[in-house]
Design a protein around this ligand. Structure first.
Ligand code: SAH
Ligand code: SF4
Length: 343
């Protein structure tokens, strides 16, 4: 039974192959795709318009895998954090963020852990265990839609892991999430956040998707950024900004730059001016995120006044900027706090 085919994660083309192998007419493919990604059934046996014989056959060779919910925490602001156990026992976290305006966003993971080692991030501390499959990436949405009996409207790839370090599976997942006959979440409603893998950013620019790209920038000089984010040694700011320019040129989309403000590290007026200079002329939006506490690190958020002054420096140079209201910090569900532990 263990090697039954996982249906979640299969593309139309892959389901076509499966149906051919089972001597089925091609119109079954659409029905199957609809049951998996649109009706989101948890059992093959629930696929009512498939003949009984086919359902029995499918039951033998294929499965719809549900994650085990190991823990669910609810924040006072309505954010919910789920700890899921995968088929091989690995654990990931997924964060549900209902908005006041009716949007239901889901922050999903792309890897178990992360190899990038940014020195302010809880996920980085645990290192990389493995990549998620496209099926496991999509399944986070299917699980939540079943559990909440709601449609997810927006997806952010900002959970555990570096999505562009798992490029093929992440892209496959995005196309499935995007598919009209399935979850049908438009690519403009999908945000991908990366620590800055320049070659993959360029590759993404050529995928003809209208994704929102978010870059974890966090520092405007190579010296400081390399201290905070080891990836900067491989792809320094010049390469990163060139890749972003290419992304903007190919997609016409504004790029979001994430800047986690850490007291005494990257929050000075001088660095704010350097950031403004770095981004001048770029179709950019800056998201300032007062750093979220992570037990193992001694970082502090800057005082409110310092945040305001940093923001004003950017505004003076006409850089669009917002301060992100952090959600779910009381349950360690905010950016950089995910680490897939039960405690
Ligand atoms: N690996 C990707 C996506 C996951 S991290 C990336 O780095 O972009 C999601 C976001 O949380 C990133 O912008 C990351 O820089 C930010 N982040 C990490 N640790 C944080 C912390 N302690 N406080 C605030 N943001 C943090
Ligand atoms: Fe990985 Fe992103 Fe955390 Fe850096 S910030 S360690 S890239 S998850």
């Amino acid at each position: 039974m263990t090697d039954r085919i996982a249906l979640v994660g299969k593309t139309i083309a892959e389901l076509e192959e499966l149906m051919t192998d089972l001597d089925q007419p091609s119109f079954r493919v659409k029905q199957l795709f609809n049951w998996i990604y649109n009706q989101k059934v948890a059992q093959v046996t629930e696929m009512k318009n498939l003949p009984k014989e086919l359902r029995n056959k499918l039951q033998q060779v294929a499965k719809i895998e549900e994650f085990t919910v190991l823990n669910r925490q609810v924040s006072e602001d309505g954010t919910e954090k789920y700890l899921f156990k995968l088929a091989d026992g690995e654990k990931i976290e997924t964060v549900y963020l209902p908005n006041q305006d009716g949007r239901k966003s889901l922050c999903i993971s792309s890897q178990v852990g992360c190899a990038m080692g940014c020195n302010f991030c809880a996920t980085g501390l645990q290192g990389l265990s493995r990549n998620l499959t496209a099926g496991e990436i999509v399944n986070q949405i299917l699980m939540l839609e079943r559990l909440k009996e709601e449609r997810i409207s927006n997806v952010v790839l900002m959970g555990m892991g570096e999505p562009l370090a798992n490029y093929a599976q992440v892209l496959k997942a995005i196309r499935l999430i995007n598919h009209e006959a399935g979850l049908n979440i438009g690519s403009r409603k999908i945000t991908l956040s990366t620590c800055g893998l320049a070659p993959e950013i360029k590759q993404l620019a050529d995928e003809e998707l209208q994704l929102t790209l978010a870059i974890s920038l966090h520092a405007p000089t190579d010296q400081l950024r390399s201290q905070m984010m080891p990836i900067n040694q491989r792809y320094p700011l010049k390469d990163l900004l060139a890749a972003c320019d290419y992304y903007i040129k190919q997609t016409g989309r504004r790029v979001s730059f994430e800047y986690a403000l850490v007291e005494g590290v990257n929050d000075s007026q001088d660095l704010a001016r350097k950031l403004a200079t770095l981004l001048s002329g770029v179709l950019a939006h800056v998201n300032l995120i007062p750093i979220n506490p992570v037990q193992e690190f001694e970082y502090n958020k800057p005082h409110r006044k310092a945040i305001k002054m940093f923001k004003e420096q950017l505004e003076m140079k006409n850089i669009p900027v917002t301060v992100r209201v952090e959600r779910g910090a009381d349950i360690d569900a905010a950016c950089g706090q995910l680490k897939a532990k039960e405690d």
